[in-house]
Design a protein around this ligand. Structure first.
Ligand code: ADP
Ligand code: ASP
Ligand code: MG
Length: 411
């Protein structure tokens, strides 16, 4: 008998029928003799609806109250799933994050899990109950409701699997595994049987939202066996296993996948005096305003002047512009330019380490399509470029083909 944690995302619990289908699947697992803990998201669209609702009553709702509202979606699903389970004769008990309790820090809307109290869950499990836990939410040391950032139910599931030493954490979603890129953009994308933690971490951090990045970090740190698979009948299969080691027996592909992030914005501080401390004087106030900066480029100086560019999430653009207006006065820059519609496209693969020429192939492929690269950043296992957002689909598709990832190109 094994303890399995299963997480069902928004689409998988998106209707009463889907919830009943999840209940039947869980009942089957239990009949096989497994202990099961289920983590669920809000029904699809619900979190967006709640966020929109808050915007209708206040332009800038406080993060604490935002969490009070957006965490409710998951509470509905845990109750409904338990009812559906009991309806088919499976004893079940729901837990909100606060009831578990999933202790987090107090960073509302992007809280981090600090500790999980597993004793009550263990005792219910030993009585043969299925435990259904609300994803995405926790509680801080003062009893405030917190949420873990968009897609955070994945992290709840992995954290519970780690705390209870589960045999496996299964992330059920609307695709049957991790693909070479988002199959919604490239229909020729291929499902990967395995992907290394390192690669998955890059894919997630560079925009592939199939797993929230923190869930992958957690799984790597606590050695949780993590699998992504489909909750849709007939499509289950083995999904994709996230592995610690790359498979030494297999010829490693140079590139495992292509990730992309929409909604980036680029800012350029034009005509900055080229002297020590400039990067700090520009980015210090940006960091103090709690704005995450992604890529940074300082151009080569000429005649004592230079330009300084960086990217932020598009949602942070207005806030960043405000900060930069003050910075501009302070350092005597000429002007501030903003490019709103940018995106980031990245190729990821541990095989890159032993294969030179990935960057030149990437740049050539984009050049052949007339796509101008505005910024570049590299690490051992990834190369990212910032391009205009109108080129996103095209860039992902041509790179997918160029690196031999299209389904037709598979051996
Ligand atoms: P859930 O609601 O189950 O958490 P998400 O919408 O968060 O589901 O994540 C699943 C989606 O992630 C898929 O529908 C797919 O469009 C998208 N996705 C992005 N990149 C990838 C990828 N490399 N492999 C598979 N799916 C991906
Ligand atoms: N319901 C939350 C969201 O939409 C959490 C999740 O689905 O993982 O972001
Ligand atoms: Mg998700």
């Amino acid at each position: 008998m094994a303890l399995i944690v299963q997480k069902y995302g928004g689409t998988s619990v998106g209707s009463p029928e889907r919830i009943r289908s999840v209940a039947r699947r869980v009942a089957k697992f239990r009949e096989q003799g497994h202990e099961v803990i289920i983590v669920v998201s809000a029904m699809s669209g619900e979190t967006n609806r709640l966020i929109a609702l808050t915007k209708e009553v206040a332009a800038n709702p406080s993060p604490r109250e935002l969490d009070v509202v957006v965490s409710t979606g998951e509470q509905v699903t845990i109750g409904l799933l338990c009812m559906a389970l009991e309806d088919i004769g499976v004893p079940a008990k729901s837990y909100t994050g606060g009831q578990v309790k999933i202790l987090t820090d107090s960073m509302h809307t992007k809280a981090r899990i600090l500790d999980i109290q597993d004793a009550p869950i263990r005792s219910d499990l030993s009585e043969g109950k299925v435990i259904v836990v609300a994803g995405f939410q926790g509680v801080d040391e003062f009893g405030n409701i917190t949420t873990l950032g968009r897609g955070g139910s994945d992290t709840t599931a992995v954290a519970i699997a780690a705390a209870l030493n589960a045999e496996e954490c299964q992330i059920y979603t609307d695709v049957d595994g991790v693909y070479t890129t988002d199959p919604r953009i490239v229909p020729e994308a291929r499902k990967l049987d395995t992907i290394t933690f390192e690669e998955m971490l890059e894919m997630a951090s560079l925009g592939s939202k199939v797993l929230q990045i923190r869930s992958v970090e957690f799984a790597g740190k606590y050695k949780v066996k993590l699998r992504v698979l489909s909750s849709f009948e007939g499509r289950e299969g083995e999904g994709t296993l996230i592995t610690v080691e790359e498979d030494k027996n297999m010829e490693q592909p140079v590139i495992s996948g292509i990730a992309f992030a929409r909604d980036e914005a680029k800012l350029t501080v034009v005509g900055v005096p080229d002297k020590p401390g400039i990067a700090y004087q520009i980015l210090g106030p940006v960091a103090d305003a709690n704005i995450d900066v992604d890529m940074i480029i300082q151009n080569v100086g000429r005649d004592g002047m230079t330009d300084f560019s960086f990217t932020v999430a598009r949602g942070d653009l207005d806030k960043t512009l405000k900060v930069l207006e003050t910075v501009k006065e302070h350092i005597g820059a000429r002007s501030i330019e903003a490019d709103k519609a940018m995106c980031k496209v990245s190729v990821v693969g541990v095989g890159m380490r032993s294969h030179p020429g990935v960057a030149s192939k990437m740049f050539r492929t984009l050049a052949e399509e007339g796509i101008n690269i505005q910024m570049i950043s590299t690490s051992e296992i990834k190369i990212s470029v910032v391009v205009e957002e109108k080129y996103l689909e095209l860039a992902v598709r041509v790179l997918h083909k160029a690196f031999g990832l299209d389904a037709d190109d598979a051996k």
